[in-house]
Design a protein around this ligand. Structure first.
Ligand code: MFK
Ligand code: FAD
Length: 498
């Protein structure tokens, strides 16, 4: 028989993840860990078992049917089998709900994001609709709009697959996804006092969602971001027909192939202001900060999946008389990837920890600016790490890594989007600078770095941590000294953040 290589396989993705186990042991008291562990282990099992189904479903993509046989405009999107499964599994396991049930107070965010992290890589970024769902629930709760909270939040946070909703986040227009203030969508008031939106939304993922939060400019408002207002809408009526919305096209994308990212025309869709009739960017910011945290969690999840597969493969594949895992240079390459990933994981879950404290009302006041700074920093850093780690994972499989039906190229393609949506690297580097301009923020970040360095026990690693900490102190000093030179500070923002 000619030689055939056995493919990589996955063990229980919870039990097999040394970094996650050690992180959770550090962040959760033993009683809480014991309480949440069965759900995490179960998700680790589900995630590993779903992997072959994911590979089998690799080629299927959502479809858009615009017309029925009789010439009626229907604009119906069919999701793929994997995503329909993902919808049910994530509701039943409470991948959004856990954060709102708050069974373990502030620590529930850690539990929830660990579930999301374990589930995400077997689903071709089903974390996208979940992130927006979580973000919408957070933004609605922050708005204090009791009517909308009562209408939508129980659905967004439901564990019942028949009752659960996902939410869209419709911000980007052709005029700009970074400079949202240039949005052209107009909100007009009807004679009966209701609002209708007219415009074009250029990227709307999860186009099958039951609700969306979006930005529009009430007629007569000034230009720029401050003139936008945040609106809530339900795209379909009780019969499932779109309410004055046309789905013009689904995007043909580099990755995120299961995600139906649509171009929409809003032709008078009814919408409800979430809060004030201006300041929409500020009103949607709680959603942005939650989805950016999900982005970091997804970046870690893709890195971890790539490394898990590459390690398993290295234990099976032979070259030059031994398994790859025993080739010192290959082992060193994999160890380098693991180190990148572990750094990303700890940074991301530090954000989750702080977010959980904030939401549960137990945040120390000094930590608020830290959370504000670490959120864009974690998003931008982990997204770039995930591109470089998954690229190296492709190489770790040799030619097989470049071949579609191994499923490996998908990791790299999906990682690439993490640097773009929810704010590009540059935009988030600038946001980090803005966050650092709030009183006490630079000092709090520098203190965080110093306390991390002090906690390192190994003397050689401590030297590395101390030099990282002093680099952060140096960066703060540079920022302080040059704050008046806007061009220089902006131009350096990315080097500063990364
Ligand atoms: C896999 C998991 C990930 C899930 C992915 C989901 C699918 C993808 C969905 C998307 O991509 S949705 C689109 C995401 N779009 C963005 O992230 C936009 C990127 N651009 C920015 O973030 C710009 O910086 C921004 C739009 C915010 C700039 O707009 P403006 O109009 O110039 O706003 P400005 O003046 O900077 O800020 C307005 C207010 O909001 C200010 O408060 P005040 O009015 O009180 O001064 C800001 O401080 C506040 N603000 C802005 N960003 C904030 C924030 N507050 C808290 N946190 C933030 N992040
Ligand atoms: P631009 O804003 O034109 O940016 C182009 C380049 O300019 C970028 O490299 C950017 O970093 C840089 N740049 C911009 N401003 C500055 C500056 N001041 N300084 C330095 N550099 C700058 N959006 C939604 O609203 N909802 C969705 O559901 C959604 N889903 C998406 C799904 C996918 C698969 C993708 C790829 C995008 C999705 N987006 C969605 C859109 C996404 O949020 C935007 O593409 C993103 O915010 C960037 O906006 P843009 O494409 O207009 O790029």
């Amino acid at each position: 028989m000619p030689f055939t290589q056995t493919p990589p396989a996955l063990a229980n993705q919870y039990d097999d993840d040394r970094a996650l186990l050690s992180l959770l042991a550090r962040l959760l008291p033993p009683g809480v860990l014991a309480a949440v562990e069965p759900s995490l282990r179960e998700m680790g099992r589900v995630s590993a078992e779903l992997y072959p189904a994911q590979l089998a479903d690799r080629a299927s993509e959502p479809t858009l049917t615009q017309w029925d046989a009789w010439g009626n405009r229907v604009d119906r999107i069919e999701l793929t089998p994997l995503w329909r499964q993902a919808e049910r599994i994530t509701a039943e396991h409470g991948v959004v709900a856990v954060a709102y049930e708050r069974a373990h107070g502030a620590l529930s965010r850690i539990h929830q994001f660990a579930l999301a992290y374990l589930f995400t890589p077997s689903t071709d970024i089903y974390s996208c609709p979940l992130a927006m769902t979580d973000g919408a629930a957070r933004a609605l709760l922050a708005s204090g709009n009791e009517e909308l909270i009562a209408r939508a939040v129980p659905h967004l946070t439901s564990r019942d697959p028949a009752a659960v909703w996902t939410s869209g986040q419709w911000m980007t227009e052709t005029t700009g996804g970074s400079d949202v203030g240039r949005s052209e969508t107009v909100a007009r008031r009807d004679a009966d006092g209701g609002w209708r939106l007219h415009g074009r939304k250029w990227f709307t993922s999860a186009a099958t969602s039951q609700m969306a939060l979006t930005l529009a400019r009430p007629e007569g408002n000034p230009p720029g971001g401050a003139g936008l207002a945040l609106f809530y809408l339900e795209p379909r009526d009780a019969n499932g027909r779109l309410r004055n919305i046309r789905i013009d096209r689904l995007k043909e994308k580099l990755g995120t192939k299961k995600l139906p990212t649509a171009e929409l025309t809003l032709d008078g869709v009814p919408a409800i202001p979430v809060g004030a009739l201006s300041g929409g960017v500020r009103s949607i910011a709680p959603m942005l900060n939650v989805t950016r945290t999900w982005n970091a969690v997804s970046a870690c999840a893709l890195m971890r999946r790539g490394i898990a597969l590459a390690r398993d493969y290295a234990a099976r594949r032979e070259a030059f008389g031994t398994r790859l895992i025993h080739q010192p240079l290959h082992a060193d390459t994999l160890a380098g990837l693991q180190a990148e990933f572990e750094g990303a994981l700890h940074l991301t879950f530090r954000v989750a920890e702080l977010l959980g404290r904030d939401e549960a009302g137990v945040m120390e006041e000094g930590d608020r600016p830290l959370l504000r700074v670490l959120t864009p920093l974690a998003k931008l850093t982990t997204a770039r790490q995930s591109v470089s780690v998954t690229s190296e994972v492709v190489e770790a499989f040799g030619g097989a890594g470049y071949v579609e039906d191994t499923g490996i190229p998908m990791l790299l393609r999906d990682a690439q989007v993490l640097t773009i949506w929810e704010g590009t690297t540059n935009v988030l580097a600038l946001d980090t600078l803005r966050a650092l301009s709030s009183p006490g923020a630079p000092e709090r970040l520098a203190a965080e770095a110093a306390s991390l360095a002090a906690a390192v026990r190994d003397p050689s690693l401590r030297a590395v941590a101390e030099s990282a900490s002093s680099a952060i102190h140096g960066a703060m000093a540079w920022l302080g000294a040059n704050v008046a030179d806007r061009v220089m500070v902006e131009a350096g923002a990315r080097r500063f953040a990364l």
